[in-house]
Design a binder for this molecule. Sequence first.
Ligand SMILES: [Zn+2]
Length: 180
Amino acid sequence: MSDAMQLIDSDRGGLPPAGAEGDVAAVMAVLQEVLDPEVPAVSVVELGIVREVSWVEGRLSVAVTPTYSGCPATEVIEEAIHRALVTAGYADPRIERRLSPAWTTDWITAEGRDKLRAYGIAPPVGSASKRSLLGAEPQVPCPQCGSLETERVSEFGSTACKALYKCRSCLEPFDYFKCL
Ligand SMILES: [Zn+2]
């Protein structure tokens, strides 16, 4: 059985075999390799923007919700997803932009948060829904040393989606991925 599988694989001339219709896990494995252009440490799956994988009359359709509406990265991300799927052997995949419900930082996965931290960006603190109720400044731990002795330097960091913070313990500045 496994010998036959290998023969089929080698017949595709090195191209990875495209997942069968209905194989959502195979599509997610491809999307897991597509990184966010603004935060290259985190994949579109870990960012939580891939909302649905489905097939319409045999054609693969992927629903994507932009992180921040009007974010110029949206089209770049959609193109990157399309290119990755075509490269993986999916013919003519459809990328559907889904604006509702709006993306929230709550959708970033635990792995995504770990990678943000490793990249030197503090992940969103707490839940977006609770945050708006409290209306308080979040206590953001330093991604470098973990200290809670941090202060906000500017509302805007390297992009509008982030705020610039400084750690009073290790004195390193860092970006905070704003809660939304
Ligand atoms: Zn620090």
